[in-house]
Design a protein around this ligand. Structure first.
Ligand SMILES: NC(=O)c1ccc[n+]([C@@H]2O[C@H](COP(=O)([O-])OP(=O)(O)OC[C@H]3O[C@@H](n4cnc5c(N)ncnc54)[C@H](OP(=O)(O)O)[C@@H]3O)[C@@H](O)[C@H]2O)c1
Length: 263
């Protein structure tokens, strides 16, 4: 993979001699969170990509688009039955999935925002955030395995978050979100190891999209020194990262420039 925007020292640290050419997203793409901020911008990119033949757009509510290659399927990540029926609907519609992108996510807790202290923890809220950010997406990956197994060099990308990094946690707070993204990251790493045994060169990665203006981030972007990027810019950067990943990159936690983040 080409590490986008890395310094030469950082690149040297990467211990990768292979520079691969970009491989456009193509064929059938499953997109979770297709009606969210970043998800909708990714959907727009996929619609404009002539190599992509079909997009299965998963979201709790109908995703409105006039592009005939987009098919909406309902999915509630908090409900195992909804994940199972979505998995069954995918298998009825397609034989192969070339790319699976998870752009769904949840941050705001019952207090109107993420928890600032242990005193604010609510068990039900922790279960809720865990099911949307970690267990639900991994259950959907599990349902998609037979379809990904039939693809040539399938790609799986979960949008994670840098605040899910245990090493990088210097500020504390945001218990549920941090814990759920750390759990997602462990799921990604473990799935990458499991899928390494496949012969079709799959790649499974976690990607931090960077601070992006969306419903999820809006309350927290005012005090930042650098303005957040637009969802359109974020989607462009994510597609570029995805186009550069291959089997050698499986199991990595990347930022939007394709550089490694600490777990
Ligand atoms: N924006 C940032 O700065 C930023 C930074 C780091 C990481 N991320 C990550 O990037 C991803 C996309 O974030 P975003 O900024 O686009 O947020 P967003 O606009 O809030 O989109 C999140 C999407 O997840 C969907 N979702 C929530 N609960 C769900 C459920 N139970 N079942 C299925 N889908 C559900 C939401 O559906 P509804 O439309 O129904 O709410 C929404 O479409 C998330 O994983 C987030 O953690 C974002």
């Amino acid at each position: 993979m080409v590490a986008l925007g890395l310094s030469s020292t950082e690149e040297a640290k990467r211990d990768k001699s292979k520079i691969s050419l970009p491989r456009p997203l193509s064929g059938t793409v499953v997109l979770l969170g297709a009606g969210g901020g970043i998800g909708a911008a990714l959907l727009d990119q996929l619609c404009r990509n002539g190599h992509v033949k079909q997009v299965l757009a998963l979201h709790p509510r109908e995703v409105s688009t006039c592009d005939p290659k987009v098919v909406w399927l309902p999915l509630d990540l908090t409900a195992p039955a909804s994940i199972a029926s979505c998995g069954a609907a995918l298998k009825e519609r397609v034989a192969v999935v070339d790319t699976l992108i998870c752009a769904s996510g949840y941050l705001h807790g019952a207090h109107g925002g993420p928890e600032k202290s242990l005193a604010e923890l609510l068990a039900a809220d922790l279960v809720h955030v865990m099911s949307i950010n970690a267990t639900g997406p991994l259950q959907l990956l599990s349902a998609c395995l037979p379809l990904l197994k039939r693809a040539s060099a399938p790609r799986v990308c979960f949008l994670s978050a840098q605040v899910g990094s245990i090493t990088d946690n210097r500020l504390g707070g945001w218990y549920g979100y941090r814990m759920s993204k750390a759990a997602l990251n462990m799921g990604v790493k473990t799935a990458a190891i499991e899928l390494e045994r496949w012969r079709n060169e799959p790649s499974v990665v976690a990607v931090h999209p960077g601070t992006t203006l969306s419903a999820l981030s809006r309350p927290f972007t005012k005090r930042r020194k650098l303005p957040p990027v637009s969802v359109a810019e974020c989607a462009e950067r994510l597609v570029s990262v995805l186009e550069h990943i291959g089997a050698d990159d499986s199991g990595r936690f990347l930022n939007y420039q394709g550089a490694d983040l600490p777990w």
